[in-house]
Design a protein around this ligand. Structure first.
Ligand code: FAD
Length: 459
């Protein structure tokens, strides 16, 4: 079913997509034919039907007066930002990896350094057209007969339907983001500062406004918060898209300035710091690595090949190195439990660097499949590496231990990577009863995969 379909209008494209689903064999779940993915649950290449969704990979319209955009569900944030910045606007939350798509970030959650004031990407969606498992395309809004789907869509990971068009809010930008990197001696001090700055949206005796906050941890006694502020000041911009590496600059300097575009993509060039494992930061290799390939989607493709052919595993076996378990997760805990989580994490996992990002729901609305509490400030903790296994450990043990600690601290875990919850636990944590109801209404025949099957069993 793949191939490119030139559809002249949005209505044609929707009809075509419905037709594709209707004519696909019903004995295997369909999959999206997408060139990129940022999931870290690797699956075999599809053998069943695939849906060509290329007609939904673009921005349909930007309305600078209303500060909204109508966007195809499979549009990458890179294309979305390129369409909005010329109007002096950006989405309220721009996940850091260029090929994350709007639909992927809404169905699978996203976060960035504006999340302390703008919440998560799905909270600035005004309405969306969803191709449901039943083959209908429904308009889901917070106030119409499909509001259950609107609120239940975030964290459903394509098990209820696919968003093909979303109308989102935008906010104004200024040309430069001025940065301040603040150092803290431990997690408790850092958590205290996160709470204070997120409350005031300002920092320091001069109460300088703060538009962006995230953090980088290099070790138990080396925590940084990076505060960003929009400015029109005409200051020189740093460039971390070539030989210089952004995350290293955090402990090398206390202030910095980036163009707004470079700020939004500051983490993509080196996939945060994960390009290091692929040699892209080596001083002899870096100058030879073509600049256009310093991108997270290029690194992810390399990792996907490695996983598929088990190259690193074989090399480790040959060199008699310890077995490893990938620990690639984003979790969040309430800010007042951050120090406890970090103490556990440094002791039992030991991965560095680590990414921190505060988030709070934008308002009082809640989202049943990812139950964050309104009025609670959480801190997202991202860690993307591997640990050596002890002789008595099995692959999965360390991830499962992280899950247990996160739950005990009233936190949550994103589902883009591997998970080890039992089905009962999963249903309790993420509201399985609500998902069942939505599945009964929008995917009666179960054309799309089950939620636990997809997110935990990795099917
Ligand atoms: C190392 C690493 C770091 C990460 N860091 C961050 C981070 O800091 N911030 C952040 O926001 N995210 C982060 N992510 C996670 C990423 O946002 C999610 O994995 C997201 O779901 C990926 O979206 P995608 O567009 O690439 O979708 P895909 O990978 O293509 O799909 C993700 C899932 O969503 C479903 N899906 C895709 N499009 C749609 C649609 N239109 N409608 C319904 N369902 C759909 C797919 O079926 C699939 O189950 C990180 C991931 C990794 C691996």
């Amino acid at each position: 079913m793949g191939g490119s379909r030139a559809s002249s209008t949005y209505g044609d494209a929707v009809r075509d997509l419905r037709q594709q689903l209707a004519s696909a064999p019903s004995d295997a779940p369909p999959r999206l034919a997408k060139r990129t993915s940022n999931l870290f649950r690797f699956r075999e290449p599809p053998t069943g039907p695939t849906l060509d969704v290329s007609a939904f990979s673009r921005v349909f319209n930007v309305d600078p007066d209303a500060r909204t955009a109508d966007v195809g569900g499979m549009t990458t944030y890179e294309d979305l930002v390129d369409a909005t910045l010329p109007h002096g606007l950006m989405p309220l939350v721009v996940p850091q990896l260029k090929t994350i798509t709007l639909g992927g970030a809404v169905a699978g959650l996203g976060i960035e350094s504006t999340s302390f004031r703008n919440g998560l990407p799905h909270e600035s969606v005004l309405e969306m057209d969803v191709l449901t498992g039943d083959g209908e395309v429904v308009l889901a809004r917070p106030d119409n007969e499909h509001s259950d789907l609107f609120f239940g869509f975030p964290n459903s990971y394509g098990t209820l339907g696919y968003a093909v068009r979303l109308r989102i809010e935008l906010e104004p930008v200024r040309p430069t983001v001025a940065l301040r990197h603040l150092r803290f001696a431990n997690a408790a001090e850092c958590a205290e500062a996160i709470a204070e700055i997120s409350k005031r949206h300002a920092h320091g005796d001069d109460a300088a406004p703060v538009d962006f906050i995230d953090g980088t941890v290099f070790g138990p006694d080396e925590y940084y918060l990076t505060l960003g502020r929009f400015t029109d000041d005409d200051v020189p911009h740093s460039d971390y898209t070539g030989t210089r590496i952004y995350y290293r600059s955090i402990h090398e300097r206390t202030t910095d300035a980036l163009s707004v575009r470079d700020y939004l993509w500051r983490w993509d060039t080196d996939w945060f710091w994960c390009s290091r494992a692929l040699g892209a930061q080596h001083p002899l290799i870096r100058p030879l690595w073509p600049k256009r390939y310093l991108r997270s989607d290029v690194y992810r493709r390399i990792v996907a090949l490695d996983r598929r052919y088990r190259l690193s595993d074989r090399l480790r076996a040959l060199t008699r190195s310890p077995r490893q378990e990938p620990v690639i997760q984003d979790i969040e805990v309430p800010v007042d439990r951050l120090a406890e989580f970090m103490e556990f994490f440094h002791r039992e996992v030991g991965i560095t660097p680590i990414w921190l990002c505060p988030l709070r729901l934008r308002g009082t609305r809640t989202w049943p499949l990812y139950p964050l509490e309104p009025d609670t400030l959480y801190v997202n903790v991202g860690f993307w590496s591997a640990v050596d296994l002890r002789d008595d450990e099995r692959v999965g043990d360390r991830n499962a231990e992280i899950e247990r600690v996160v739950t005990a601290l009233d936190g949550h875990k994103s589902l883009y990577s591997t998970s080890f919850y039992s089905e009962d636990e999963f249903r309790k944590l993420y509201n399985g009863a609500e998902h069942d109801q939505l599945k009964r209404r929008y995917d009666r025949d179960g054309r799309l995969p089950g939620w636990y099957d997809k997110c935990v069993r990795g099917r």
